[in-house]
Design a protein around this ligand. Sequence first.
Ligand code: C2E
Ligand code: MG
Ligand code: MG
Length: 498
Amino acid sequence: MPTQTSLRRQGLAIYHGLLGIEVLCIGIAVAGLLVSPAPLLFGLLLSLDIAVLAVLVATRRRLADRFLTGDAAQRSLIQTNIRDSLTGARTRHAFLQSLGARVNHSSRSTVSLLLVDIDHFKSINDSLGHGVGDAVLRHLVEIGEGVFPTGSVSRLGGDEFAILMENTETDIATRAAALFLSRLAVPTIIAGRQVRVSASIGIATSPHHSVFGDELMLCADLALYESKRRGRGTYTVFDDEMMAEQKYRRLIERELRAAVLLDQLELHYQPMLDGAGETEGVEALIRWRHPVRGLMAPDRFVPIAEQSNLIDSLGEWVLRRACRDAAALPGRTIGINVSGAQLQRDTFLEMVVAVLGETGCDAGRFTFEITESVALGASAAVLQRLKTLQDMGAHVSLDDFGTGHFGFNSLSTLPIDAIKIDRSYIQAMAGDEIASILVAAIGAIGRTKAIAVVAEGVETEEQRLLARTAGCTVFQGYLLGRPVPLAELAGARRSIAA
Ligand code: C2E
Ligand code: MG
Ligand code: MG
């Protein structure tokens, strides 16, 4: 296919050719005037010459017009392809071109790539509006261009950015990343509101980590994932172990898909007791009986499943299993853990309705447990899904409270029926005054809102008594019973003195 440049070159050649013929026509007319052998014949030739000349001039003008407008359109197309209209950063397209040109097998220079992701951007958009969200994106680009004057800031899409730093070793890139995060952390006024922006960064350097652009992107992306895993608001440099971990994750994911079909999953139940020692309900906790690795705890596979739609199959399996066991389970409620990823999709509610319908189970038996971090990043759609669950008669509880960055005031806006205080607070209460104050404050909120406050991870009688004094109304932990299969549940529940 001819390129724009070669077309332009051909057009210009035709333009100049036409100009030459026009000059020739004028020359013929002038020569005819001077020689003028036969007036009639000369008149005819002169008219013909002028007609040809007129056609030539018109054609040449059209050609010139087309070139001029074509050039302008081409220029603006290039402009929009290169610059993001919202932030002024370079576009993904332009970034990928630079990456390909700078990071390749034959390139000798050191290039550092930083992938940047704004933390909780969704909740900024949802709570402060898209106008503020847009301003936050522009703010980030502005700071980025100040901190990385030689590196180009590109917007890859949404709230993801990339910075390519040429001739830059990893240590310089990490120093720049630290400076960038510290500048970003300074509160700024956007649309009359004080906003503090934080971001997570993944760093990879060529040729050390890879000499291929796409692989370097993967390395930086794995490092970015690590930053998020470490609590966000930080940067991480890629290391080879991350790649090994990625391969491990892929293997587990493949095996887990098969495990759902091969019936290798098990649901264990842990009792939850009220203040009088009666069984209030149970929490369903998934286990994977792996043929080689043995009984695997959810921490080893749930986070992997969460990275794909595998978590949906897992969630469906858990609910169906719990529905089938429901009649034999003690207490009023069955706690079902739900991942944030499941709640992102409309199919979650459809699945719940279908499974309840199919098994004839009552929605009122179930308490869907969402973690604090899921609640923090919950979009309007997610909140609506939680409300729909409540409308169906099910309950919603806030799990592991205290581990995220939750604000007390948000407790009043969330559609929740119970708060589960993370075990780290319950276990720290005996020696840590702050933990006791926090638990007491949550106890008071629970009383005010008339919702249950669950103490998680109760391992000793002292912890149970302290939690009870602080206002907890339900208790769960090894002291009262470990998670066990349904068949062992009756024996596992330990009695307590009221
Ligand atoms: P979680 O929902 O907070 O569940 C409580 C965890 O604390 C369970 O770990 C339980 O075994 C453990 N635990 C209970 N009492 C004590 C105690 O006294 N001391 C200590 N040290 N630990 C105690 P488990 O079963 O390993 O589950 C870990 C997490 O995995 C759960 O935390 C939950 O977030 C997730 N999970 C479990 N099952 C599912 C599931 O079906 N779906 C999803 N999405 N996540 C699940
Ligand atoms: Mg839970
Ligand atoms: Mg918990």
